[in-house]
Ligand binder design. Structure first.
Ligand SMILES: [Zn+2]
Length: 671
């Protein structure tokens, strides 16, 4: 497989005389792909139905003379002014009834028939024009598909929502029953009496709100599918993707990605924060990989300081070495394409400070030289890196239903759903144990361990899957607030955790929220650990106790339990996870050899990731700190390895590796 190494390039922002030099610099950095045209609708179709692809053809042609291919963005994230003028109704309507002003981007309703028609026309024209152009390898549909919580309440959306509900529930009495509309006298007599819930959603009916989140997500999935159908019917061999935003809540990305050749995402590790968490970035890579079939791209990788945005300050500048490091981190976690955003920082419009590789002046700078050096390395080792795949024994369930249910109850819990997922992930990340971040629909059977942090919502199917998984020998680890609600966002009336009581061998008989600033302890035979946010009283039926609460009235009561179920085990943690608690659990699991890290890592902490090729293995060591670090790798037996980035050979049972500031080492082992 070829590694795609690229940059997002906006030739339409610069004088035509500059293009030759741009092509030269893009080529000599080692790039083999560019993304083009994602916001260029007004140039591609300057007036309704009149297309102009000539400027884009010229750019593609020029770059192709240097062996550079193109991914084209379908430009539907930014409707041109003539389209808004002709069809004001394409503008989304917020919950207060105001149309979104067409002053930025994403000012369209995905359900609007006029917008869908205009989108079909430009996408079809593009696909036909580039059908036989071998230099266009694929398409990125739209850009960061989503609308905020305020949108869209236009007449089309309201009507479609009612139809969607009708289709789902069949009768209004069934809907009344599952929503519990008797509460506050909401019983509906007809479908057109239903109004979508509005922010703050926690004021509204829980079932209706969750269905609204699902409907909004489906609206974008359907909008994307229209474009996929057009592109694939005209160019079945060109790849189709779209650029996601990690585990952004607006759209169920697992659902969306089913329609793509592969997903891609926009990765800005230092966006709006001086201190970022590299484990969070790793987790988002792993999640995006699991949204597709093994492979994904990073379609935008941070290449300089980010702009201020939505009240955030201008981001800190990446340290020397970080651009290279982030690229290897993405590849370590399975990326087959990495595209830096953007080639050159723009001088006008919004995003004047969303820096590219080059600054505004277009001169060669230290970031360019770093990327170029990385490009030279990739020419030698790129294929070896992407031919190897990530294999994980640990799965982490990320449920959009649970995420949405907790967002509807915004600030009810001291810990967010995302944070609980990250804490669960991090215990294993520290050991270099690969984790798949999967949806509840994913097949569980290949995982030795399944993490289910804050799995707030369950349905019959998921309950069956979890039971089957454990029955057949799996180890399931769940936390407080598991299976509190059913698929209609109703609390189970038969005690918690719903139909999973026998799986965990316990019943949650009482609980308390804990303010975020208060740290409480749980004691185990391996010492104490801090937990936070939520504590539960667990009444045991068949589980054994692994840890007890230290908190006031719960002192001495079971806090962590283990239940044998079929051939496997189910662990229940009656609190929210801190990183400390997650580490204690992961440490124990590794000590018990239930999963094995690729090597034992001693010394200062660095990120460790492994990949498996057909007859070789790769170990990535990534130093996420500005200071140099020395680690010792214990292979458990004498092994020989080649260092791919330094050309050295290492041999021994233990090997010492020193990593400079933000440096990366990749060890290659032949099987
Ligand atoms: Zn709408």
């Amino acid at each position: 497989i070829k590694l795609w190494f690229g940059v997002d390039y906006y030739p339409e922002h610069w004088p035509i005389e500059r293009r030759g030099l741009d092509a030269e610099l893009i080529s000599s950095a080692g790039f083999n792909v560019v993304r083009l045209a994602e916001f260029a609708w007004c140039r591609l179709e300057p007036s309704p139905g009149k297309f102009n692809f000539q400027w884009l053809d010229e750019v593609i042609e020029l770059l192709s003379t240097k062996g550079i291919k193109a991914v084209l963005g379908t430009p539907t994230a930014a409707p041109p002014p003539w389209l808004v003028k002709a069809h004001l109704d394409i503008l989304p309507v917020n919950f207060q009834g105001h149309r979104m002003p067409p002053v930025a981007r994403r000012h369209y309703c995905p359900n609007n028939p006029n917008y869908i028609k205009a989108s079909e026309r430009i996408v079809e024209a593009m696909a036909k024009h580039y059908r036989d152009n071998p230099n266009v390898i694929g398409y990125q549909i739209d850009n960061e598909l989503s609308l905020g919580d305020e949108y869209c309440y236009c007449d089309h959306c309201v009507t479609l929502f009612r139809n969607w509900l009708k289709n789902k529930y069949g009768s209004i009495s069934e809907l009344n029953k599952v929503y519990g509309t008797i509460f506050w006298s909401h019983e509906y007599g007809d479908w057109d009496e239903i109004h979508p819930p509005t922010p703050p959603f926690d004021e509204c009916n829980r079932g209706l709100s969750l269905d609204w989140f699902r409907f909004r997500s489906k609206s974008f999935v359907e909008f994307l599918k229209i474009q996929v159908r057009i592109l694939k019917s005209i160019s079945p061999n060109k790849k189709v993707t779209t650029n996601l935003m990690g585990l952004f809540p607006g759209v169920d990305y697992y659902d969306l990605s089913r329609n793509l050749d592969f997903p891609s995402w926009d990765c800005y590790p230092k966006f709006a924060r001086a201190y970022y968490d590299p484990a969070w970035i790793s987790m988002l890579h792993d999640a995006t990989r699991c949204m597709g079939m093994e492979s994904f791209w990073v379609m935008e990788l941070q290449a300089g300081p980010t702009d201020g945005y939505a009240g955030h300050p201008i981001g800190v500048t990446p340290d020397p070495g970080e651009l290279r490091k982030w690229l290897y981190q993405a590849i370590a976690h399975g990326a087959e394409g990495v595209v830096y955003f953007r080639y050159r920082t723009v001088c006008f419009g919004k995003e004047q400070y969303w820096h590219g590789i080059l600054n505004h002046d277009g001169e060669i700078n230290r970031r360019y030289l770093e990327v170029k050096r990385t490009g030279e390395e990739l020419k030698k080792i790129g294929e070896i890196l992407v031919d190897a795949k990530c294999k994980s024994d640990v799965g982490l369930i990320f449920s959009y239903d649970s995420l949405w249910a907790t967002l509807i109850e915004n600030r009810y819990y001291a810990k967010s759903y995302h944070e609980q997922a990250l804490n669960a992930y991090k215990g294993f990340w520290h050991h270099g144990v690969n984790v798949d971040v999967i949806s509840p629909d994913h097949d569980f059977k290949n995982y030795r361990i399944l993490l289910a942090p804050f799995l707030y919502l369950t349905n019959k199917n998921l309950i069956e899957k979890l039971k089957n998984y454990v029955e057949n020998g799996g180890l399931l680890i769940a936390t407080a607030r598991t299976s509190v609600k059913d698929e209609f966002n109703r609390v189970y009336s038969n005690g918690l955790p719903g139909e999973l009581k026998d799986l965990f061998g316990l019943r949650v008989t009482d609980y308390t929220s804990i303010p975020p600033e208060i740290e409480v302890k749980v004691s185990t035979q391996y010492g104490q650990t801090s937990v936070s946010g939520w504590l539960e009283e667990l009444t045991i039926t068949s589980a054994q106790v692994l840890g007890v609460h230290e908190y006031e009235w719960l002192k001495g009561r079971p806090a962590i339990t283990l239940n044998r179920y079929g051939r496997g085990y189910a662990v229940y943690i009656g609190c929210f996870l801190t990183q400390d608690a997650s580490k204690l659990i992961a440490d124990r699991i590794i000590e018990e050899r239930l999963v094995k890290p690729p090597v034992e890592l001693r010394g200062e902490p660095v990120e460790l990731v492994s990949k498996e090729g057909r007859d070789y293995r790769l170990l990535f060591l990534i130093n996420h700190d500005p200071k140099s670090k020395t680690v010792e790798l214990d292979f458990g037996k004498v092994l020989e390895a080649k260092s791919l980035l330094r050309g050295l050979h290492v041999k021994g049972e233990t090997v010492k590796v020193t990593l400079n500031s933000h440096d990366v080492e990749i060890l290659y082992f032949e099987d």
